[in-house]
Ligand binder design. Structure first.
Ligand SMILES: NC(=O)c1ccc[n+]([C@@H]2O[C@H](COP(=O)([O-])OP(=O)(O)OC[C@H]3O[C@@H](n4cnc5c(N)ncnc54)[C@H](OP(=O)(O)O)[C@@H]3O)[C@@H](O)[C@H]2O)c1
Length: 309
């Protein structure tokens, strides 16, 4: 099926390889105005060139951001605003939170937070907050966050999540993917004027686990990845969710293969999602009070403004 996203403004993180890069290609093909985000200048340039070679009239720019560094995420939001203003746009139709890592060994960010949690959840949480007022200005703003089936099989202790001990790479990854679902559900609860989805791409043949490991995980992943689909397959779900106006969400907000599926029971626990929201605000220095203020302002129909962080 061909999806039409003509002139829809979409931001894609993790846009230099795998699922994110495949998303950018198909979004540009579908007519969207796309801002891809990557952490490496050269990979940004070559990704942009590769897409524009396929679609010379595409509207596409790449911006730089390392999601493990919160000051860079804040700067990214400023760069997005600047670029959109330059292009004459005042809103964002879709944000795809897709950047992700798998790290066999524990690493801490310069903000003092375990890297998997920082990149896979906190960075995306912070960017979403920074862009909320632009998403709220869209007719039908959507936030899609790439989760994973693996969110189903992990314990979650939020008290230790920023500095877990002992560290087990697979569990850190699974926890972060559970956070993606909890975050998406909570975003819907707090901001009824946008729709948030968690996307399960299935097993996809990308390099994700080889990047963060030279050891056993790399070996396992090199065998396992070949059982996965090509990244183009899950992209259909992102395009479906972004292009359809009335998605049936009566079965929830966790989607795989263009269909709603049940996430784990833990992933829809409201009090857990609230707790995650509060600690995410704490670790990113965002303030829930301000989020609520923006929501009520928008409800009254007043112009939403940037009140965050
Ligand atoms: N592959 C699967 O089977 C699978 C299954 C379920 C969920 N997922 C999820 O799908 C998403 C995309 O992963 P993928 O499989 O497509 O792997 P991938 O090809 O490695 O893509 C990950 C993307 O995130 C970027 N990234 C990593 N760390 C970053 C950082 N600190 N700051 C900014 N960007 C960063 C990578 O940039 P570089 O190009 O510079 O490395 C890359 O563009 C992830 O959230 C992953 O958890 C994957």
């Amino acid at each position: 099926m061909r999806y039409n996203l003509t002139d829809k403004i979409i931001i894609v993180t993790g846009a230099t390889s795998g699922i994110g890069f495949a998303c950018v290609k198909d979004l540009v093909k579908a007519g969207a105005v796309v801002i891809g985000v990557g952490r490496n200048e050269n990979r940004n340039r070559s990704s942009k060139n590769a897409v524009l070679e396929l679609h010379p009239n595409g509207k596409l720019e790449y911006l730089l951001c390392d999601f493990s560094v919160q000051s860079q995420v804040r700067k990214l939001a400023e760069d997005i605003r600047y670029l959109l203003t330059k292009w004459g746009f005042d809103h964002i139709d879709g944000l795809i939170n897709n950047a992700g890592v798998y790290l066999e060994k524990k690493q801490m960010t310069e903000d003092g937070i375990e890297m998997t949690f920082a990149v896979n959840h906190l960075g995306q949480f912070l960017l979403t907050h920074q862009l909320l007022s632009l998403l709220l200005k869209a007719e039908n703003g959507k936030v899609l966050t790439t989760s994973s089936y693996s969110h189903r099989t992990t314990p979650l202790n939020l008290k230790k999540i920023a500095d877990p001990f002992p560290y087990i790479g697979l569990l850190a990854y699974k926890r972060s993917k559970l956070c993606n679902v909890l975050f998406s559900y909570e975003l819907n609860r707090r901001f009824p004027y946008i729709t948030a989805f968690a996307v399960d791409p299935g097993l996809v043949n990308t390099g994700i686990a080889s990047k963060g490991s030279n050891g056993i995980s790399n070996w396992v992943w090199r065998t396992r990845r070949h059982k996965g689909t090509s990244p183009e397959l899950p992209v259909r779900t992102y395009l479906y969710l972004l292009s359809q106006y009335d998605i049936d969400t009566s079965s929830g907000y966790y989607f795989k293969n263009c269909e709603a599926m049940k996430p784990s029971q833990k992933a829809v626990r409201k009090e857990l999602a609230e707790e995650l929201w509060d600690i995410s605000c704490k670790y990113t220095n965002c303030h829930s009070q301000q989020c609520i203020k923006l929501m009520s302002k928008t409800k009254k129909g007043a112009q939403s403004e940037h009140l965050f962080c």
